[in-house]
Ligand binder design. Structure first.
Ligand SMILES: Nc1nc2c(ncn2[C@@H]2O[C@H](COP(=O)(O)OP(=O)(O)OP(=O)(O)O)[C@@H](O)[C@H]2O)c(=O)[nH]1
Length: 322
């Protein structure tokens, strides 16, 4: 019988940890499109959260893990908090609040290129109610504004804190896209974490189950083709992942069967495209990303199904993993 490997490798991984090592959880909040996912990716250095220029594309609490010699920072990427109009909207908001109560530090993302608005105030007020957790204001997308405009925004952020009763632990301007001050942000987050050993083995970038990440990659690719027609009507479920039988050991192939759900039959044509061309492109794009994620060749079998009005139906939501 073989002994389990996990405890050994874990002990190895933790052997060199200094006494003042810190570890803990941080999450970024902010209105849809504020740049939370992009920032998470930039900090972790690998694509784990899903970004798109449509609001509300982050459904799952994807964690990215930043490994440093002095600390381990686990990032929880939450969906945007917004006015719930559907059952899905309500569940998303619940996920956000639960996350806030559990983390060691919260970063509120405020885009440099947009005036602070009612959406930001709403989130800041909600945040002010979470007393014990330190809060950092992150001014995102600084590459899009002049330095004068940035200074004005920093002042506005300071005032926002005073207005809602939050004392910002820091106000940090960053650009995830231009890689400006991203590592400084990590440097400022780390001292706010409690002292303690690493929470995850070195090398782990996320503990999100593979199937969920794969489903998100497919959904992202699918959204890209049909951005304006179907912003929020797509859900993806990976039904099965199996290594193809009868393959030589040096040429493995992983079969992935996934269903792409839409809300109405009329949306089918949009997703599939003329002669199935769009769906093929979605499949190719998603397959490449999945192969990069898993490091193995993949055969992606993608089917489009109608789950009528899934956003409003509790049973369907459960089936689709919400
Ligand atoms: N120029 C520039 N664009 C950025 C930056 N960060 C994010 N963006 C863009 O802003 C858009 C939204 O970014 P996301 O990271 O998906 O935003 P989010 O806050 O996670 O959005 P939701 O998932 O909707 O809550 C995308 O088109 C990004 O490419 C940045 O530093 N500079």
């Amino acid at each position: 019988m073989s002994t389990p490997e996990f405890p050994d490798s874990l002990a190895d991984a933790f052997a060199d940890v200094p006494d003042d090592y810190r570890s803990g959880f941080a999450c970024f909040v902010g209105r849809p499109n504020a740049g939370k996912s992009t920032l998470t990716n930039a900090l972790v250095g690998t694509k784990v959260a899903i970004t798109s220029n449509r609001p509300q594309t982050t459904r799952h609490s994807v964690r990215g893990i930043v490994h440093r010699p002095d600390a381990q920072l686990v990032l929880v990427d939450t969906p945007g908090l917004h006015k719930p109009r559907t059952l899905l909207g309500q569940r998303l908001n619940d996920v956000v609040r639960t996350t806030w109560a559990e983390v060691d530090v919260i970063g509120i993302c405020l885009p440099a290129n947009e005036k602070i608005g009612p959406g930001d105030r709403f989130i800041a007020r909600e945040l002010a109610g979470i007393h014990r957790t330190p809060k950092i204001a992150v001014v995102t997308k600084t590459d899009l504004v002049t330095s004068e405009a940035l200074v004005e925004q920093l002042i506005a952020v300071d005032q926002l804190g005073k207005e809602v009763g939050i004392e910002w632990a820091q106000i940090v301007p960053v650009s995830a896209v231009a890689d400006r001050q991203v590592s400084l942000l990590a440097d400022l987050l780390v001292p706010l974490l409690p002292e303690g050993p690493p929470l995850y083995p070195e090398g782990d970038l996320t503990d999100e189950p593979e199937q969920v990440m794969i489903a998100e990659l497919i959904r992202e690719a699918a959204l890209e083709g049909v951005r304006d027609e179907l912003p929020h009507s797509i859900a993806v479920v990976v039904e099965e992942m199996l290594p193809r039988e009868d393959r030589p050991a040096d040429r493995p192939l992983l079969d992935i069967h996934a269903n792409l759900f839409i809300e109405r039959t009329s949306q089918k044509g949009i997703v599939i495209g003329p002669k199935g061309q769009r769906l093929r492109e979605v499949g190719t794009k998603a397959r490449k990303q999945i192969e990069a994620l898993l490091g193995t060749p993949v055969f992606l079998d993608l089917h489009v199904k109608v789950a009528k009005d899934w956003q409003r139906d509790p049973k369907q939501l459960r089936r689709l993993g919400f």
